[in-house]
Write a new protein. Structure first.
Length: 321
């Protein structure tokens, strides 16, 4: 496979070992607010966009939806290295961009302005830049482009759709308030952490059918969802600390009812060896209010109505299609 057109190594950042690190790739429109520039690109074309970026290369871009998440990941790295200076299991952040290298100077300067610990900047002219994710060992991909996310989820063995690909989610640009540390990540259950098997039963047989199915399958762990692999890597990092001193907190916020459908979810997490700090079984109630209380750095869900509810509360959200 060909290398990206241009990969810039950030010499200001200690390079990570991608075979041991939790590698996260984030697009420029996910980490920075580039909505005005993107509109210019769509309306005036690539050349005008490039001229604009070059003319403003020393003007830092405002933070985007995934910005606080990346900052919090950097905080986790600092805490890990404080306790274990030789530790290799760190977050490793790379920026993947469809920008040309000429227009990418502003991206690099913006990252340096905010002191972001980004190892590599990959500027790819190919229409599908997700072809480079696996070669960099990426475990999570965040993009503001739906096609990018779907391509990433499909990467790998076509006999295992989604699961063979890279954990990926679509971020929507929004105004967010940067929460304080530690890093807080919220996962939905079905079709995110878990497979969508019960969702399929619900669509075909309704709520009562889904409840009966869950009771019958209570002792059988659920299948893997598209973000299970990322959650497991996060859990592995979480285990480096005691619960009281951990710089990472994870949450499950699911529409499942605890009484009828919670036991199988808990048993599945136990079977996986995945510890979750807090779990909320909402029984179909809106998730926005509890998310506003948690104040996560990122919330993953497959339901657009839940994403909208989170956005209404100013919670950085990522949709898993």
């Amino acid at each position: 496979m060909a290398e990206p057109e241009s990969t810039v190594i950030n010499i200001d950042v200690k390079q990570k070992d991608p075979s041991k690190a939790l590698v996260i790739a984030v697009t420029t429109r996910a980490i920075f607010n580039l909505e005005e520039e993107h509109k210019l690109y769509l309306e005036k074309g690539k050349e005008e966009y490039t001229r604009h970026q070059q003319a403003n290369q020393d003007k830092p871009l405002p933070p985007g939806t995934a910005f606080a998440f990346i900052q919090a990941a950097q905080y986790v790295n600092e805490k890990i290295l404080e306790s274990t200076p030789a530790e290799k299991g760190l977050f490793d952040i790379l920026v993947l961009s469809n920008n040309s290298p000429e227009s990418g100077v502003r991206i690099i300067n913006s990252a340096k302005h905010y002191g972001l610990e980004i190892s590599k900047f990959c500027f790819v002219s190919d229409e599908d830049s997700t072809q480079y994710l696996k070669s960099h060992g990426v475990k999570l991909f965040l993009s503001a482009d739906r096609t990018d996310v779907c391509n990433a989820l499909r990467r790998g063995d076509l006999t295992l759709p989604c699961l063979a690909g890279v954990s990926a989610a679509l971020v929507f640009q929004q105004e967010v308030q940067a929460p304080s540390t530690p890093l807080r990540v919220v996962f939905d259950g079905d079709a995110v952490l878990f497979s969508d098997e019960t969702d399929q039963v619900f669509r075909e047989q309704g709520l009562e059918g889904a409840v009966q199915y869950e009771r019958a399958m209570e002792a059988v762990p659920m299948g893997e969802g598209p973000l299970k692999a990322f959650a497991m890597h996060l859990g592995k990092m979480r285990k480096k600390f005691s619960q009281e001193k951990s710089p990472i907190r994870t949450y499950l916020v699911t529409a499942r009812s605890g009484r009828d459908m919670g036991i199988r979810a808990i048993k599945t997490l136990r079977e996986w060896g995945l510890a979750i700090d807090e779990a909320f079984f909402m029984d179909g109630a809106p998730k926005g209010p509890i998310l506003a209380q948690i104040q996560p750095h990122i919330f993953f869900d497959d339901g657009l109505h839940n994403i909208q509810g989170a956005q209404n509360e100013g919670v950085p959200s990522a949709w898993v299609p």
